[in-house]
Design a protein around this ligand. Structure first.
Ligand code: DP6
Length: 328
């Protein structure tokens, strides 16, 4: 009745930005991401403990919408395992990187939660079921159930049963690929992804154009990854991030996640590329750019990030699947 799982965050190269169904967390478009090691979140779930559900995130008792999202995942598992009447749950989750800094800590957290909760409930290991479950907590979490490069297929069905992530390339496909995470600001972001993307869907005149190109963008990304074409993937990755942010910059009210340090690093990468250094950025809904590069240039990428004011830098490699750590 108790299990612990570890999952890595993922960073989208083709981003998810906008829902067609807010309640079920169904996206307007497919997306594609790289799972990142060594960053990770560990989540323990125990059913049948205490009198009420208890949810602890990074040492704090979760409240409000954070708690609701966790309970939604736990309730779904309880419904699936109904004949076992699991009872109240105790969940403890701890990550080794800053929450709400635009680094998809919630993605790793909900993926670990999905895998741990299913195991604690005695349900069989099933990446598809875990991905569908993780999606109910946070959309991008469905891409952290498996390692390597995963694609969240938008799906067509109104009930969301075909909207989950599959692994397109495992973590051994391109072992030299690197993502260098540069922390230029540790502040909590002002507008969470959930609200930022809703604002873009509802008010940005650029939003339809963003959706129109999304499926083709995923196909292009798959092709570049299959051929290990870093130049093509890097160019696409930057363009995709710019276009996502453009939808929000043009929204009402406008939303700008970029900080001075973000822009300094983006410009510095561009200068380096002119000198032949293979470095590109991507940027989620926060100020911290991540640098796409290869093993031969990760040290140089870290130096560039620090020169632009990054206080912390984490060099990431393609990560593996979410996995159970203990069985009880
Ligand atoms: C910019 O998955 O955090 O990181 O589904 O509302 O929980 P919810 O949003 P979330 O949004 C992630 C947005 C992004 C792009 C991406 O990861 O694809």
């Amino acid at each position: 009745m108790k299990a612990t799982a570890l999952a890595h965050p993922n960073l989208a190269l083709v981003k998810y930005w906008g829902k067609r169904d807010d309640a079920l967390i169904l996206p307007h478009q497919s997306s594609l991401s790289l799972t990142l090691s060594p960053l990770s979140v560990r989540t323990t779930v125990a059913f049948g403990e205490g009198n009420a559900d208890a949810v602890e995130l990074n040492g704090y008792v979760a409240k409000g919408s954070e708690r609701d999202r966790v309970l939604r995942v736990l309730d779904t598992v309880r419904a699936e395992a109904k004949e076992r009447s699991l009872g109240p749950a105790r969940m403890v989750s701890r990550g080794d990187f800053p929450a709400s800094a635009g680094l998809a800590s919630s993605a790793a957290g909900f993926a670990a939660l999905a895998v741990a909760a299913r195991a604690a409930a005695g349900l069989p290991a099933d990446p598809r079921a875990s991905s569908l479950l993780a999606r109910l907590g946070s959309g991008s979490a469905c891409r952290s159930v498996q390692g390597g490069l995963c694609e969240w297929m938008r799906g067509e069905r109104p009930d969301g049963s075909d909207s989950y992530a599959v692994q397109r390339f495992d973590e051994k496909h391109w072992p030299e690929l690197r993502m260098v995470v540069a922390i230029v600001s540790r502040d909590e972001k002002e507008v969470k992804s959930r609200d930022g993307m809703k604002n873009a869907v509802e008010t940005s005149p650029y939003y339809p154009a963003w959706v129109k190109d999304a499926e083709a963008e995923v196909v292009r990304a798959r092709d570049y990854i299959a051929r290990k074409d870093l130049q093509a993937l890097g160019d696409m990755c930057e363009r995709n991030a710019w276009r996502m942010h453009a939808t929000s910059l043009a929204a009402d009210p406008p939303l700008c996640y970029l900080m001075p340090g973000t822009l300094a690093l983006i410009h510095s990468l561009r200068e380096q590329r002119k000198k032949g250094v293979p470095v590109w950025f991507t940027l989620d809904a926060g100020p911290n750019p991540c640098i796409l590069t290869d093993a031969a240039h990760e040290v140089a990428a870290e130096a560039l990030a620090r020169a632009c004011g990054a206080t912390e830098v984490v060099r990431c490699v393609p990560g593996g699947d979410a996995r159970l750590l203990t069985e009880h």
